[in-house]
Write a protein that binds this ligand. Structure first.
Ligand code: NAD
Length: 279
């Protein structure tokens, strides 16, 4: 997409996003490509009582080219869009909005970002049967990504079993399983963790360390910290393991491409992320 004013204006809308690493990822890559690019944080906690609909309308009026949308408005934003691309419609959530002549169009680059992260971060792993822990906004995108990568049987577990059931209903290859099912991981090739457990402020493990076996691969999408307790115990158990950094970078790269029409250098973004995430 050609920049209307010789540059791009992009925003991140969500709650508690003041320390997000997405703005520097976008801006540094734009600098490297010689683009004028301003990425602003629009924190719903400090914007006052404005709902996501008002923010989308105001951003469009103010000449924004696009928005990233994050917790807690990835689903609420759906009512305020003119069009959804098929990936976003399948997931039922949007993390990227681009303003085009057709209106506000919703995309989901959590899906594409996770798919690329897993394919490049754990190349060649078996994917017949995978367990997904967490059926929230990110879990929904990850579940669809796993099926797009060829997973035949997806077991979804969440503390809120109804949420796991609702997500499984939307994915043909999936079924909801109870968290306390003995043998949750029996016969599984991989485990993907998409709950907040292990994040800064939510320490701990989402399942007992003894459940892990060396022939299981483990992908955590939590990326603050990069090395979660789950990844530490998974590596100690001999599992191939992947942190959430790649997904964070590839979702940013995909959003950048959708908004600018320019191909970002994903390897350069990975190196930059590595620098800022470990500070
Ligand atoms: P969310 O609140 O929408 O969903 C979290 C889900 O996890 C809920 O359904 C909750 O019931 C469930 N849950 C919580 N603790 C659990 C446990 N111990 N066992 C089973 N289920 C449990 O959150 P979200 O937006 O889906 O985000 C989840 C995590 O993913 C966050 O840590 C977020 O930072 C991370 N994330 C990473 C990326 C990335 O690019 N790497 C992108 C998006 C989200």
């Amino acid at each position: 997409m050609a920049p209307a004013r010789g540059g791009f204006l992009v925003g991140l809308v969500g709650s508690g996003i003041g320390t997000s690493l997405t703005p520097p990822l976008h801006e540094r890559e734009a600098d490297a490509l010689g683009l004028r690019y301003l990425y602003r944080v629009l924190d719903l906690d400090t914007l006052g009582a404005h709902g996501i609909g008002e923010v989308v309308a105001a951003a469009r009026l103010a000449g924004y080219d696009g928005l990233n949308v994050t917790h807690p408005v990835k689903q609420l934003v759906l009512d305020h869009l003119d069009e959804l691309v098929p990936d976003a419609a399948a997931v039922g959530a949007v993390n990227t909005v681009v303003f085009t002549e057709a209106g506000a169009v919703g995309h989901n680059t959590d899906l594409t970002g996770f798919a690329r992260a897993l394919a490049t971060g754990l190349p060649g792993v078996a994917m017949d049967t995978v367990v997904l822990l967490g059926a929230g906004g990110a879990g929904a995108a990850v579940g669809h990504a796993l099926v797009s990568l060829g997973v035949q049987s997806l077991r979804i577990a969440d503390l809120d079993h109804g949420r796991a059931e609702r997500l499984a209903d939307r994915i043909l290859a999936a079924k909801a399983v109870r968290l306390d099912v003995p043998g949750l991981l029996d016969g599984a090739d991989g485990l993907v963790h998409a709950t907040p457990t292990g994040m800064v402020g939510h320490p701990g493990l989402p399942l007992p360390a003894t459940a892990l076996r060396p022939d299981l691969w483990v992908a955590d999408i939590v990326y603050r910290p990069l090395e979660t307790e789950l990844l530490t115990v998974a590596r100690a158990a001999g599992c191939r393991a992947l942190d959430g950094g790649r997904m964070a970078v590839f979702q940013a790269a995909d959003t950048f491409r959708i908004i600018t029409g320019r191909e970002p250098d994903a390897d350069r973004m990975l190196r930059h992320f590595d620098e800022i995430a470990r500070r």
